[in-house]
Design a protein around this ligand. Structure first.
Ligand code: AMP
Ligand code: GLY
Length: 423
């Protein structure tokens, strides 16, 4: 089987790492990939948003399956373009992609189909948004409407900070993503990330994990795309998983189909486990990054048949995935200044050493310069992942590997998994 995987982050490195282990694979090409992916398989420098270029590449390699990693490729309409020429694609159409690209669209969707979520107001201008704050209690949750790579959310303890966040969001900081703001009820509880596959008709849960969104230890600092993940996470009791399935996942896929855009791919349900049951924080139309990394470490089953089944409508024939009875953790090493102004170009040394069979280092934002030196090229630079008999063992391995990596420009959180360890 020939597979084209689209994307360039740590999530795609993890997907490539897992796909490369499949006995069904003949050829794996990743576009554009990164230096870590390039050490594993073929890469081509076609951007994830270059729909025509990716279509041509899929044809050139006679792809049996195209796997879409990032939301920008969904939003660019890659899923639609592949569907039009009947190339099997793991990844939804741009219409379903609005569940991620517009928070206002998603809120209307949850109203239409009765999905539990935070009370909210969508505001087009600062005056309306300031007035809407009256309807909520502190802390205030202020969100830029569009795609802002997980960084468009501010939890403001005071009204003054909420107003500043409104001005900031509407003032162009997030470009078109800041044309509207959403003000939301603050949800009390523990956060979780759950993944569900769908082939347009049949759906299947496909793992869960907990992410740490804040930049610094103790859940301090700005929101990021995610600073570290672990799985299994004890917040996901069997009761909670069942509630998420019946109250969020199944109504969501049914609603999407009813809206005329049957979903083929993975739906990422970010939820708060509140005292009143799970409430939706947001949908994403892709695997989580870095949730995907820990799921790939734990997935015992071959990933490829699941991706193919979603793309071809045969998920009902698939058995439940098998997960290793081990824990996995991912610690993100980010460049100083992330998420606001990450410092680019810092040299990274020491990745060629043998960290042992439990450790995998995925590249998230790296590049090789003309001299072949590995350098940071993004906010999140490395995903140092490990598995172990339990979470403590997995974390010890991951942190041990970080100590052995030489990247002076980087920082990382030292408290990944603290909620699970505190239980
Ligand atoms: P989002 O980009 O919507 O995933 O939000 C980023 C992070 O902000 C989430 O992972 C939560 O930790 C937090 N957050 C978002 N919405 C809420 C809310 N309504 N109540 C409490 N925390 C929230
Ligand atoms: N780690 C959260 C996300 O992928 O949006």
């Amino acid at each position: 089987m020939n597979i084209l995987l689209v994307g360039s982050g740590g999530r795609e490195h993890a997907l490539a790492w897992k796909i490369a282990q499949s006995p069904l694979l003949t050829r794996l090409v990743v576009a554009p990939g990164n230096p870590g992916v390039a050490a594993l398989c073929e890469t081509r420098s076609v951007a994830a948003t270059d729909v025509d270029g990716l279509l041509a590449l899929a044809r050139e390699i006679a792809a049996d399956l195209v796997v879409i990693g990032p939301e920008v490729a969904v939003a660019a309409g890659l899923g639609d373009a592949l569907q039009a020429v009947q190339i099997p694609c793991f990844g939804p159409t741009a219409q379903a992609g609005q569940l991620e690209s517009s928070k206002a669209f998603t809120k209307a969707f949850t109203d239409r189909y009765g999905l539990p979520t935070a009370a909210y107001a969508v505001c087009e201008d600062a005056a309306a948004a300031r007035a809407a704050l009256d309807r909520f209690e502190p802390p205030y949750v202020v969100k830029a409407d569009g795609l802002a790579a997980g960084k468009g959310v501010v939890i403001a303890p005071t009204r003054g900070e909420a107003e500043a966040a409104i001005d900031d969001a509407l003032g162009g900081r997030f470009g078109a993503a800041g044309a509207r703001v959403v003000i939301e009820e603050f949800l009390e509880g523990e956060i979780g990330s759950l993944f569900a596959l769908c082939d347009g008709e049949t759906s299947m849960l496909f793992g869960w994990a907990q992410d740490h969104k804040r930049a610094f230890d103790g859940e301090q600092g700005p929101n990021t795309g995610g600073m570290g993940t672990y799985s299994p996470a004890p917040v996901f009791t069997p009761e909670l998983v069942e509630q998420i399935r019946t109250r969020l996942v199944e109504p969501a896929f049914a609603g999407i189909a009813q809206d005329g855009a049957p979903y083929r791919g993975v739906l990422f349900v970010e939820l708060m486990a509140t005292p009143h049951g799970p409430k939706l924080v947001e949908f994403n139309v892709r695997f989580g990054d870095p949730e995907c990394q820990v799921l790939m470490l734990r997935l015992e089953s071959d990933l490829v048949p699941y991706l193919m089944a979603c793309a071809t409508g045969t998920l009902k024939d698939m058995a439940q995935p098998v997960w290793r009875d081990e824990a996995a953790a991912c610690v993100v090493v980010a460049a100083h200044g992330y998420p606001e102004t990450p410092r680019s170009g810092g040299e990274i040394r020491g990745l060629e050493q043998d960290f042992g069979s439990d450790v995998v280092v995925f590249h998230a934002g790296t590049t090789r310069d003309a001299a072949g030196v590995l350098r940071a090229s993004g906010g999140r630079v490395l995903n140092v992942c490990a598995k172990g008999a339990d979470l403590k063992a997995a974390l010890a391995q991951a942190y041990g590997a970080i100590e052995a990596i030489d990247f002076p420009d980087g920082f990382f959180r030292r408290d990944i998994g603290w909620r699970a360890l505190a239980r």
